[in-house]
Design a protein. Sequence first.
Length: 56
Amino acid sequence: MYWLTHENKNTAQQVYDQIAQKTQFMQYRMLEHRKLHIADKIIVLKLQQTVLSSWM
């Protein structure tokens, strides 16, 4: 189980720190209004390949 909270929600983080372990993962989201350029698409494809190959 996991959950997300905003980085400025200190009280919530203090509670979560008591019941769970904070991981090293950071979350990134593509803004919907941002259009991908061809270079961005190439980077995304390379990242997907890297992730998939690490799972195998």
